[in-house]
Design a protein around this ligand. Structure first.
Ligand code: UD1
Length: 423
């Protein structure tokens, strides 16, 4: 199995350029199916999840071309599309369900075998389905009991939909379905993540009429037809946040280029509370962990604009070494403390109680064999490894490959002592 070997590295210094956003590009790629015309997406990160989405679009009948350069994807969904998403792709990536709305609009049917719960929780999709039903789709209840979404629709019709929780995926699927439905859809308690704004910008360029993306109420006036466009994906705020923490934890100084600080207000605020100097300049964001003592702070994850759940584990790595105790409360996913056992193997001595993790802080971590239990937890144990005595051996790194482009190279450029060993 491929693994990373991470050694204590001293302060990371230098510049890093942030790649395009994984969570923005995946729904945008799904949305390319909403027209028969060619779309060109730029600043696409070279990631395993993107490869899976390319394979999914191909399996549905679209032509997908990645030859132009490694960060550009061209999708031509001009032929007749298939309505069934292959299970072997869906089980590799839950975001495959993002094609639900587009398939319904293009083929009148969407058949997707749902994967089971994943490490960080059950991740149900009842909100996606509630929205599609409100727009007029029929979902076979007997199939759903077997874990299969079999949705059929003639013409979708606009509706008013309230989400019980601002689910990112449900908001994206409903926006995509509504933009070619008949009439107006009002989506209330919508998720407000920047990736939703990027999707709406992409769809509006295609000819959709979406207003309010990025607020809790999105209004979508259905249009007959959408057309192909070219689009640059926004920078990945979670990758940016991870590199900001790498400067803080190693007491280094990094210029983070191609990041949008407005997307990371909560993370920047928490880093500053810990004593990290964060300065926004024209060139990028300077993150300096060398100026002050790094002290503890409490963190509670929330839907955007709150502190992102995807930054919870990387930030916890910092809190294990910060001076003083911290409490981290995870409110978005019900089981997102798998990394605690890994940090504890390194001597962090964290205790969990329901949604809370209590971190004593002030530890000198020790290298150990650890597991990347999910994508962000994988990055988090690498960060911990950078300040741990000895060698940290990280296995199951395919999780990290899902979401961090050139992670090892970028860290090495900053002075990290990290080595990838492939099978
Ligand atoms: C997206 C992100 C993921 C991030 C998450 C929360 C992508 C590809 N992934 O995932 O990186 O961690 O947002 O910011 O963009 N829920 C329900 N019922 C539903 C849908 C969701 O109860 O029908 C719950 C989930 O179980 C979870 C919470 O809502 O506890 C958040 O899920 P959601 O916002 O849907 O996350 P994803 O879109 O799956």
């Amino acid at each position: 199995m491929a693994k990373f070997l991470v050694q204590k590295s001293g302060p990371l210094n230098g510049e890093v350029v942030i790649s395009g956003s994984k969570n923005a590009v995946l729904p945008i790629m799904a949305a390319t199916l909403l027209t028969e015309e060619k779309s060109i997406i730029k600043d696409v990160p070279a990631l395993r999840d993107v490869d899976v989405m390319c394979d999914l679009l191909k399996s549905l009948g679209a032509e997908v071309n990645k030859k132009l350069d490694e960060n550009t994807v061209e999708v031509v969904p001009s032929g007749e599309l298939k309505f069934e998403a292959p299970f072997d792709l869906v089980k590799m990536m839950r975001a495959s369900i993002l094609v639900l709305g587009a398939l319904l609009l293009r083929t009148g049917r969407a058949l997707i075998h749902l994967p089971g719960g994943c490490a960080i929780g059950e991740r149900p999709i009842e909100l996606h389905l509630k929205g599609l039903k409100a727009l007029g789709a029929e979902i076979d209840p007997a199939q759903l009991d077997k874990g299969i979404v079999d949705a059929k629709a003639g013409k979708l019709k606009g509706s008013t939909i309230y989400l019980d929780f601002p689910s990112v995926g449900a908001t994206e699927v409903i926006i995509m379905a509504a933009c070619r439905a008949e009439g107006t859809t009002i989506l209330e308690n919508a998720a407000q993540e920047p990736e939703i704004v990027d999707l709406a910008n992409f769809l509006n360029k295609m000819g959709a009429k979406i207003k309010g993306a990025g607020t809790d109420t999105v209004k979508i006036e259905g249009v007959e037809k959408l057309h192909g466009v070219e689009h640059h994906v926004i920078p990945d705020r979670i990758e940016a946040g991870t590199f900001m923490v790498s400067a803080a934890i190693t007491r280094g100084r990094i210029l983070v280029k191609n990041m949008l600080p407005d997307h990371l207000k909560a993370v920047i605020a928490k880093l500053r509370e810990c004593g990290v100097v964060v300065e926004v300049t024209d060139e990028g964001v300077i993150v300096d962990g060398s100026v002050n003592k790094i002290v503890s702070t409490d963190v509670k994850t929330l839907p955007y604009p709150g502190f992102p759940t995807d930054m919870q584990s990387p930030f916890m790595a910092l809190l294990t070494v910060a001076d003083g105790p911290s409490i981290v409360i995870e409110t978005v996913f019900e089981n997102r403390f798998m990394h605690v056992a890994e940090f504890n193997r390194m001597g962090a001595n964290i205790k969990t109680e329901g949604k809370a993790a209590i971190i004593p802080g002030g530890k000198q971590l020790k290298g150990a064999p650890v597991v990347a239990t999910d994508l962000r937890a994988g990055a988090a144990v690498v960060l911990a490894g950078l300040v741990a005595e000895g060698t940290t051996e990280v296995s199951q790194i395919y999780h990290i490959d899902r979401g961090y482009e050139n992670f090892v190279e970028k860290l090495k450029n900053l002075g990290a002592n990290i080595l990838r060993i492939d099978d």
